[in-house]
Design a protein around this ligand. Sequence first.
Ligand code: A2P
Length: 276
Amino acid sequence: MATTSKTVAARTRALADGNLIPLFGLGVWQVPDGPTTVNAVRWALELGYRHIDTAQVYGNEASVGRALRESGVARDQVFVTTKFNPSRKDAAAELERSRQRLGTDYVDLYLVHWPQGGATRAWPGMERARELGYARSIGVSNFGRRELDQLLAVAPVPPVVDQVQFSPFEDRRALLEGAQQRNIVVEAYSPLGTGRHLSNQTVRRIASSIRRTPAQVLLRWCLQRDLVVIPKSTHRERIAENAQIFDFSLSDENMAALDSLDRTDGTDRALERPWW
Ligand code: A2P
């Protein structure tokens, strides 16, 4: 466990605003509020995770906050992300509510969850939240390259992160390259395809050939593609397994085999279909 702790927490990269983000974290999308979320976050912190990703629409910020407090890990040692629900009016006002639910003075990263109402609609409230010191860094989620450009054209404070679904099967290469050129770090959500990609034959073959698990192969692929990655699990042993990705690498050949699984044609879009 000590090894996991050092290994997971130590790996960070700098965002364009100078703040550091851990390369790996726990996502809690679809984890019910209450003991399930409290346990998942508590186990992750025990196992050395120092990055937790929640959102207003997940409905589990209070449990994330509870686990953070009960863990005994200092607040400044954990990178906490939440996301503005863009069906609400004002991002700064909603962060006030998130801070209360989380029981924290600030979040490390605050994202516009999706570009409802257009790419720029929520941004003034995001900038205000940052100015007030309640969000250390601000960014977006589910923004394609076109939406990033619409926002960058007008934003005094540029977004430093775009969180999108990313995996060998959703290999949005043009979006990743575009984001990199614009100094925006891409975070991969649903890197396991919410579990669906774990049974793929190519993924399984590579995993068994290097004595790793399918989840580790998919997560390592993300790291080698310069993505920050936030897999979700509610099981302690899986939370531990998913963190063991800093002590091996995938060969060029295995990376290429995984790259060939892409079904998006290397798109610059964040989503195949918007849900709003
Ligand atoms: P569970 O939460 O029951 O552990 P994604 O991160 O792509 O959204 O994937 C999350 C899904 O994958 C969840 O259903 C989670 O199940 C499952 N999962 C997460 N880690 C592993 C793992 N190491 N092995 C098998 N399934 C996993």
